[in-house]
Design a protein around this ligand. Structure first.
Ligand code: C2E
Ligand code: MG
Ligand code: MG
Ligand code: MG
Length: 278
């Protein structure tokens, strides 16, 4: 009857919930172990000037090289890491590892002028974030302007005191990029009032260039908006020559995407710079 049916459905639902909770817990434990066992690795994706293909900078993108799960993409663990708070420890590792790598590249003579690192909301909320970053830069002898922190619109909207934090970061000379631009709670009010250097057009819009007129127009409009505010505009997810040509015609030459290169381990930058296939 309906009643037992209902309670059965409830039982299955409850069991599924318990299972999901167990899996999450197991994943959280596995992530913490992974950090202790040095299983995270940074890949780097070049940002290029699409006019001549020259290097503008690199974005650090974390991966989990798990003995059991293989190479795990961040979309599979960053959300959980954010919820559980583990992102603060992981993000700290990312910043330290990326800064050390930048130092190594500069010592090797790589003409690196930008190191972009993604920052989560939780990390952004750390009271001592600015001091930590300053210490990492100093410790590696890096100019603050080398470092570009990528934050999403939601971070800006969510965080009380975001303005103050951004102001402090700007005052030490670190650059700020708004990542995945156009997908969050876009508000012109904050664009006017916050210090930032770069708008990164979300790859969902870039991917639809030439396929969908509305997306193409949105891309062109974001470029005008960014340049109108005297900011740099970077297009992410550039995969085709057609997209690149559209972006160039629309005035955006800073590009990142598979057309130029996928993210790769640090040691491959040299070969990429020399234009060797890898
Ligand atoms: P994101 O910061 O917007 O990074 C861009 C994503 O697009 C990367 O995915 C990159 O591999 C991918 N991508 C690059 N070129 C193309 C392309 O031409 N086409 C397509 N379809 N995709 C392209 P990835 O590496 O899987 O990272 C996913 C997201 O995970 C990142 O998005 C970022 O939000 C987050 N993430 C990655 N590393 C970190 C980190 O160290 N800290 C934090 N907080 N988040 C991170
Ligand atoms: Mg990926
Ligand atoms: Mg990013
Ligand atoms: Mg993005």
């Amino acid at each position: 009857n309906a009643k037992s049916c209902g309670s059965n459905a409830y039982r299955f639902y409850a069991e599924a919930q318990t299972r999901a909770a167990d899996e999450r817990l197991a994943m959280e434990v596995a992530l913490r172990r992974a950090l202790d066992h040095d299983e995270f690795v940074l890949y780097y994706q070049p940002q290029v000037d699409a006019r001549d293909g020259s290097l503008i900078g690199v974005e650090a993108l974390v991966r989990w090289r798990s003995s059991q799960r293989g190479l795990v993409s961040p979309s599979r663990f960053i959300p959980l890491a954010e919820e559980s708070g583990f992102i603060v420890a992981l993000g700290d590792w990312v910043l330290r590892d990326a800064c050390a790598q930048a130092r190594a590249w500069l010592d090797e003579g790589v003409p690196l002028t930008r190191l972009a690192v993604n920052l989560s909301a939780r990390q952004f909320r750390q009271p001592d974030l600015v001091e930590r970053i300053r210490a990492m830069l100093d410790g590696n002898g890096l100019r603050p302007t080398l470092l570009e922190l990528e934050i999403t619109e939601s971070v800006l909207m969510d965080v009380a005191g975001a303005m103050e934090k951004l102001g402090q970061l700007a005052s030490i000379g670190v650059r700020i990029a708004i990542d995945d631009f156009g997908t969050g709670y876009s508000s012109f009010a904050y664009l006017k009032s916050i210090p930032f250097d770069v708008i990164k057009i979300d790859k969902s819009f870039v991917g639809d260039i030439g396929r969908d007129q509305a997306s193409s127009r949105i891309v062109a409009t974001i470029i005008q908006l960014g340049h109108g505010l005297d900011r740099e505009v970077v297009a992410e997810g550039v995969e085709t020559a057609e997209q690149r040509d559209f972006l160039l015609a629309a005035g955006c030459s800073s590009c990142q995407g598979y057309l130029f290169s996928p993210p790769f381990p640090a040691r491959e930058l040299d070969a990429w710079l020399r234009g060797e296939p890898y």
